[in-house]
Design a protein around this ligand. Sequence first.
Ligand code: TRP
Length: 353
Amino acid sequence: MSDTYEKSLCLSQRLEADIQARPEQHCLLTGDRPTGRLHVGHYFGSLLNRVRLARLGVKTYIVIADYQVLTDHDAFSEISQNTKQLVIEYLAAGLVPGDNCVIFPHSYIPELNQLMLPFLTLVTSAELNRNPTVKEEIAAAGLQSVNAGMYTYPVHQACDILFCKGDVVPVGKDQLPHLEMTRLIARRFNEKFSPQSPVFPEPFALLSQSPVILGLDGSQKMSKSRNNAIFLSATEDETAGLIKKAKTDADRNITWDPANRPEVANLLLLVSLSTGETPERIADRIADKGAGALKAVLTEALNEKLRPLRTERARLEKESAYIRQVLRDGVDRARAAAVATLTEVRRAMNMEI
Ligand code: TRP
């Protein structure tokens, strides 16, 4: 696994260089499940990167994976609301919807979903059963019985990526097995149905450059389900309160020592991401003033960094007609791409009438 990770990292760096050189040659697809609001970990780990790439001029598709929510969540009552919240947060973070940035829920794109049937025939049930991320999710959710949608969602993710011939997929490490499956499906489709001229590209993972952001408990990745997150929607006072309660350690002297002092390092990292100063310099400046001073610095820095986003998200909250329009436009644009791809797929499979 770590061997493949090294390989993915290397490919990812090469891809990054090529994107810089020829942004308009690439098509980026990434997305989120609409299960709740986004937090600071999402912001520094993926949102800012999406905004950066879209501004470079890379054609960007953002899929809101509403069907995927059904695979491991019983609750579906908030999908619609969460979908709109995601759009608000994307826009507030700086994505500009339009021809070059298409935001859509995959449930609205029949031709994307229809790719699922041929794709399912290109993988074996053994391959589906082996997926380490799916296995972990099943264990984490404590599922007694696993529905078939859970085992097959990586194939559906291939539909998400390939319907628009996405070739750049910014993801975290946990999504690499899914990307491997997409590559496998693209390769097998091309080999079987269109050996002369491949229908699909084999997409690459663009691994996040920013380090994993831990939650305020300092022990695990920031996540809503672990109750250790600062949401983008939090007020400045709420943010201050959460940071005040963050775990640190007994050593009063603040130093940058990620290996031995993960909690302190995580707070320093968040300051650094907010201000651009290096974590070492921040630590030197705070030194023996202690964790209280570090927390005050972080509160100030993070609230300042997020202020424009939060102002904009509050404004967009009141623009529900506009948010719905963004989604409808995104659906129209995504659908046009999906119709074109399905036409090619039908032709390749000899199913035209
Ligand atoms: N599985 C991803 C997650 O849980 C969400 C997702 C759905 C996705 N389709 C995608 C990510 C396509 C990248 C590309 O976060």
